[in-house]
Design a protein around this ligand. Structure first.
Ligand code: MRU
Length: 347
């Protein structure tokens, strides 16, 4: 089952707000629905947002063409609507990357836009396989262990991509290789992507794991509970600073304190060479309601305020390695993305 796909002229996606209780596919035929699904996290995770962006442009292109009633395309109208999609969420660069890559094919017509969007989907599937193998090999190298215990945050699995995942994909690869002793997903307040989504995926793959509350993660690293920390990424700046789900930074600090490798697993579509450092990354604030209550039940007094950043930024000095589908970069050891040609990274 793919998290997001193009089926009979529309986007189909798993509604992640209903998991783990209900597994339900949604069929999305209109742009406002897709934007709403992105904003309420029915579809989420940087690589899946890249595919949603690209397929969204295919959807827009098809609907603009249908409105005109012939094969002519109103490119201006497609671009106007694509700009709305591009801005649905600000932090994961994959969304704008997917939109822009599909839009670049607009001069060649609607079929070319769809072909490009489907290529992005297929590349995502291949990239996840490759990142998983590279991540598993690197973990064995860094830990000098045949069986490892891995801590992770948020959901970076098949639900955050088309299939398989990035950091959780690497954990699945370790499992398949008989090299996973135990996984420790953090619950990931306030929307519980770890407890709802990662625990669901780990259970389905029959992995050994125990769920942790977020605030226990750094302390348990200091007590030696894990051999490595794996995270995904929403945007990697040119200097290697990495935005990911809030809580990643404190895990990185604790991993350094504990002498545990801190590994970012992400496709190269998440690297944004136009953003110089983490300080330049826009961090989405999701407002008070997600903090003051859960699933419609208020847990904090009415009328309070909250600061609710969905992401934080881990400085590159704390990142042992960034594993992509093509290479391993070691920022804490002084390696930079600068040595990698920009075209190569974005190809
Ligand atoms: O707010 P979300 O659920 O979209 O946040 C997702 C994350 O932070 C993931 O770790 C990141 O997108 C990488 S997913 C492979």
């Amino acid at each position: 089952m793919r998290t997001i796909d193009w089926v009979d002229g529309a986007i189909e996606l798993i509604d992640q707000t209903l998991l783990p209780q209900t597994v339900e596919m949604r069929r999305v035929t209109e742009l406002p629905e897709l934007i709403d699904d992105i904003q309420r996290l029915a579809v989420r995770g940087a690589p899946a947002l890249g595919v949603a962006g690209a397929l969204g442009v295919a959807l827009i292109t098809a609907s603009v063409r249908a409105e005109l009633g012939d094969a002519e395309l109103d490119a201006e109208e497609v671009r106007r609507q694509a700009a709305l999609l591009r801005e649905a969420r600000p932090t994961a660069v994959n969304l704008s990357w997917g939109v822009d890559r599909a839009l670049a094919k607009l001069p060649e017509g609607a079929d070319a836009v769809l072909t490009e969007a489907l290529a992005i989907r297929d590349e995502d599937i291949a990239a996840c396989i490759s990142m998983g193998l590279r991540g598993a090999d690197l973990t064995r190298e860094l830990t000098a262990k045949d069986r490892v215990r891995v801590m992770t945050i948020c959901n970076t699995g098949s639900l955050a991509t088309v299939e398989r995942g990035t950091a959780l994909g690497a954990i699945q690869t370790l499992l398949e290789q008989g090299a996973l002793e135990e996984a420790f997903p953090l619950e990931t307040r306030p929307l519980l992507q770890g407890a709802r989504l990662t625990a669901w995926e780990l259970q389905r793959m029959e992995a050994p794991f125990r769920l942790l509350i977020d605030s226990a993660g750094p302390f348990l690293l200091s007590r030696g509970i894990a051999d490595a920390v794996f995270i995904g990424a929403d945007r990697i700046a040119a200097n290697g600073d990495t935005a990911n789900k809030v809580g990643s930074f404190s895990l990185a600090l604790a991993a350094q304190h504990a002498g545990v490798p801190f590994i970012v697993v992400a496709p190269e579509s998440t690297i944004d060479m136009s953003t110089a450092s983490g300080a330049d990354i826009e961090i989405e604030d999701r407002g008070v309601d997600e903090v003051a209550g859960f699933a419609g039940v208020r847990t904090a007094p009415a009328g309070i305020g909250a600061v609710n950043p969905a992401f934080d930024v881990t400085p590159h000095e704390l990142i042992t390695a960034i594993v992509t589908e093509r290479r391993v970069i070691r920022p804490a050891a002084g390696e930079t993305l600068a040595g990698v040609p920009f075209e190569d990274l974005r190809a």
